[in-house]
Design a protein around this ligand. Sequence first.
Ligand SMILES: [Zn+2]
Length: 707
Amino acid sequence: MTTSSNPTSPQLQNNPLLAFGRGIALYSEVKPEHIAPAIEYLLKHAQDAVNKATDPHTTSNWDELVEPLEDATEALGRSWGVISHLNSVADTPELRAAYGAMLPEVTAFFSGLGQNLALYQKFKELNTSSEFEKLNHDQKKVITNSLRDFRLGGAELSDQEKPRFAQIQDEQAILGKTFSDHVLDATDGFVHLVTNSEDLAGLPEDAIAAAADTAKQKNLQGWAFTLHFPSYYPVMQYSENRDLRRLMYQAYVTRSSELAPQYADGKLDWDNTHNMLDQLCLRDEEAKMLGFSNYAALSLAPKMANKVDEVDLFLTNFAIKAKPFAQKDWQELCDFANAKLGLTDGLQPWDTAYAAERLKQARYSFSENELKQYFPLPKVLDGLFQLIQTLFGVKIEAANLPTWHADVQSFAVKDLTGEIRAYFYLDPYARPGKRGGAWMDDARGRRELPNGEIQVPIAYLVCNFAPPIKVDGILRQPTITHDDVITLFHESGHGLHHLLTQVGALGVSGINGVEWDAVELPSQFMENFCWEWEVLEKMTAHVVTEKPLPRELFEKMLAAKNFQNGLATLRQIVMSLTDWRLHSSFDATQSSGQAVLDVSRKIAAEYSIISQPEISRWINSFSHIFAGGYAAGYYSYKWAEVLSADAYAAFEEAAELSGSILDTKTGIRYREEILEVGGSRPAAESFKAFRGREPSIDALLRHGGLS
Ligand SMILES: [Zn+2]
């Protein structure tokens, strides 16, 4: 690679962040002191490439403009990716400091690219010259995507408008940060201390232990409950003490609102009421400056859904279909609470999770712990790999790449001819210094190099499963829960999207350039297999007896799967609709006070089966849309679920004929039409090419027990 061919200073020689070039990174050799010199060097090189690209003498074609720029920014992005990956999975104070020191510069470089008007001109020149016709399909898509992103970044605005546009971005960033700080402070700022052990009735042991721990940390006597979800939710779910549930519920749903209990002394101000209106005004202004009628329309520009009305109709139709099932769920819950729980004065908002948990236990009780014994990780992995091999006509083999921890495994994905298509790392277990949650990230994208060689993609699959434990001095096979299995399949779906691509232009290969209301299609698609007897039978072996999962236990799991799904679905739709209408049909500039809350109330009244509790200010802590990048995008969860369920239905239809859900013919078609094309064509076209028709909601309703 060009960037590492001539570093001569001692800090750059033998710097593992430069030495790996296009190849495989040597993670364990990266030391915090390597970071600044390597990134400074790569930043300088990337900036040189930008300067060269925008030079008036540079011809606007692929080879002189796009390729060298991609080369330099990819080198920077890849080395930076190694560092941020290590920061996530092998954090140390020194690494964090070195990472944090370079973060602003790297962020500024990449956001500067999108604002670079000279570069925009060069891309426009390429787009309108005869050079454009010489590009292949994927390269053209890269150029049109770039032009779109420049425009959405304000590149077409007049010089008079630009300062205001920049100001809007800054103000939005600050308001978003303030919103989430308020939610965090309000969450941290509430503690409820229980001093009488009788008040803990019903709570599971681990929740009680955690509460005792929290109390100790705060130098309190007793059990301290907070509004952090792992502390809050077990109370709602299990506590037999109705007053405790009510108290916690009221604190939770009034966070960051004028009703929050912490404001009693009048000193604190974590209220997000005005923040929401301010953000909505700014978004509206931004959209109008860019020529859109509202922010929802702007948000759709790079997404799969086309029109504001289309999304509204999607959500309202969905609500109408889910409503009778939610009604039924609600009635069951009320009847049960009345007859069995003694809640004869009606089900209150602080009773619903509790009543649902009790009803679930009454109906489908099985031990999660017993179930877990059937899922040793090696057996599950073997099952997952077998499934991928059968469906998609590839082979997965151990690869022995250098890694960052002894627990990390690496694999090669090969064609049936033995040719390597991709690599991936699997980092399965939780450990100190590793960020929580599960994710797939790209370590390297597929790319056709100027010399015609193919750079094969590499992915990270990161999970946080419980590490193996020793029993009587012997290390037991690690077992994971069924939820963990679903997580693993989900991330592997993202991984396959990234790894099996056949696109050569980096900007649209794999998950790059995929509309983000469609990006969860391949991941959610894979989750479906975790509910197939045919798959589970082969993927399970009891950790002691080695027997597969009993059919009877499987049937119980399946029966519990859609428990109360009508209510859960309707809740998601009401949240999505609230987000959507706030950004499409609500005029924040003409509103004041509790107008945002009123919108959410109105939608709940119209589409939900229970009206929004008078006290609830849930919208004041709806961070997804006010602090998390899901503004006018919350619908995407349901949108992608429709796509993934409908894609999966193609396998169910094939199984009706062949008798097996693992239908290779359908699998290869899915690989070719969805996975391989990545972002090189619109997701709607890819879906249609695979399914032979537009997406239908029917499969999702059927899978969710809503039909
Ligand atoms: Zn995902």
